[in-house]
Design a protein around this ligand. Structure first.
Ligand code: SF4
Length: 398
């Protein structure tokens, strides 16, 4: 590993000017990377059935490099796909219900509170919002124009995903009172439980209308001039004094958690966010549904008491992390070499070596290792950037 050099440079926080429409990869519109085609499969709310997980695992093994990459938006990526396999991948995904719309597939980015409706925390079950929002989005042809970076967050009130930089979001303030977030801040607009999703969909349309009015190709609400306020001003509804949006936790939950029904959810971090096909199939054998989280972890819920220990041991043996003191809760990387031609280093191998030798820079603080200045996959919130340069890694404390 190259030795880190220290710097006090802060990353640029000015909203970028977009001079082109976004080219975010999808399941059909793949990205050509140095290690083959890359497909991104949108997973609204991070929820996958066991059958869908099996289909993805088989696709990763048959068509890709044998891994499913977890993204910071709870989506999945397949890498190393051979050119020409897109149609086959698309057919497999469609058969599994993972590609319900060709036109809207890249716009289906949504995060929901982890274990919502299962653990008794929060005011509502946010998973219902995910289903309704995704159906409403796909039913509106105009919303196919949403950029592939557009993100919706659905927070049941526990405050885990509202601070993750959504373009639109719902935050439950009480069982019957919901705040609309726009560009990551409270718009002041309020809705009841049943009409909250309609308000979120209206906010997505208002983003497109404001973007057109500004003659912009912005990918995110915050890239528009006065974006959050101007988008909110286009919406009707009751308003209240604005509340502070809870900051996102720097690390997600990990370990075993008891559900309200007495069963157990296991939450395991996947180092480097690289879930193997074998790991995915093991999970699919133990539960009917999993939830991917924005912290590169997977929730394996609904485990009966007599299956929890065996499942935890089996997943631990595959490399999943259940210890909240593990450095893998705080270390993320971009793809780096050999997958990305821009990369100046094999950042994954270097990060693995630094964890193994206990030589993580910045005192082991939450850190994101990248192969170049683009800093792909950088998590939201306070994070130290470990940036590859021709002279080794530069450490930037954000
Ligand atoms: S940060 Fe740079 S090296 Fe890493 S994946 Fe993005 S473009 Fe490639």
């Amino acid at each position: 590993m190259s030795s880190p050099a220290h710097s006090a440079v802060a990353p640029d926080t000015v909203a970028p000017v977009r001079d082109r429409v976004d080219a975010c990869p999808g399941a059909l519109q793949t990205h050509s990377a140095a290690d083959g085609e890359l497909a991104r499969v949108r997973v609204p709310g991070g929820v996958l059935t066991a059958d869908q997980l099996r289909v993805l695992a088989a696709a990763a093994r048959d068509l890709g490099d044998g891994h499913l990459e977890l993204t910071s938006r709870g989506n999945l990526q397949l890498r190393g796909l051979q050119a020409g396999t897109q149609a086959l991948l698309g057919a497999r995904l469609a058969d599994a219900g993972l590609l319900p719309s060709d036109t809207h597939e890249r716009a289906r980015n949504s995060l929901a509170s982890t274990r919502s409706g299962r653990d008794g925390e929060g005011h509502v079950d946010a998973s219902r919002w995910v289903t309704l929002f995704d159906a409403g989005l796909r039913a509106d042809p105009a919303l196919a124009e949403l950029p592939g970076r557009f993100l919706a967050t659905f927070d049941d009130g526990r405050g885990d995903v509202s601070g993750l930089g959504g373009d639109v979001g719902l935050l439950a303030l009480a069982p019957d009172r919901v705040a609309l977030l726009v560009g990551g801040v409270d718009s002041g607009l309020r809705a009841g439980l049943d009409d909250a999703v309609l308000l979120a969909l209206a906010a997505a349309r208002a983003f497109l209308a404001e973007r057109a009015a500004q003659g912009s190709t912005a990918w995110r609400v915050t890239e528009l001039t006065d974006g959050p306020a101007r988008v909110a001003a286009r919406l009707d509804g009751p308003r209240e004094p604005k509340v502070d949006v809870p900051a996102a936790p720097l690390v997600g939950p990990v370990g075993a958690a008891t559900q309200v029904d007495g069963r157990t959810a296991l939450i395991g971090v996947v180092p480097l966010g690289r879930l193997t096909a074998d790991q995915a199939e093991l999970m699919a054998d133990r539960t009917a549904q999993v939830q991917l989280t924005p912290w590169r972890s997977v929730v394996v819920p609904d485990l009966a008491e007599d299956t929890v220990d065996d499942t935890a041991v089996d997943l631990f043996r595959t490399g999943m992390v259940f210890d909240e003191a593990s450095p893998w809760l705080r270390v993320t990387t971009c793809a780096g070499r050999p997958g990305c031609a821009r990369s100046l280093a094999d950042v994954r191998a270097d990060a693995v070596a630094a964890v193994a030798t206990r030589t993580l820079p910045a005192g082991g603080a939450r850190q994101h290792w990248v192969g170049c200045e683009r800093r792909c996959g950088r998590p939201t919130g306070d994070v130290v950037d470990v940036v590859a340069t021709p002279a080794g890694y530069r450490i930037e404390e954000g």
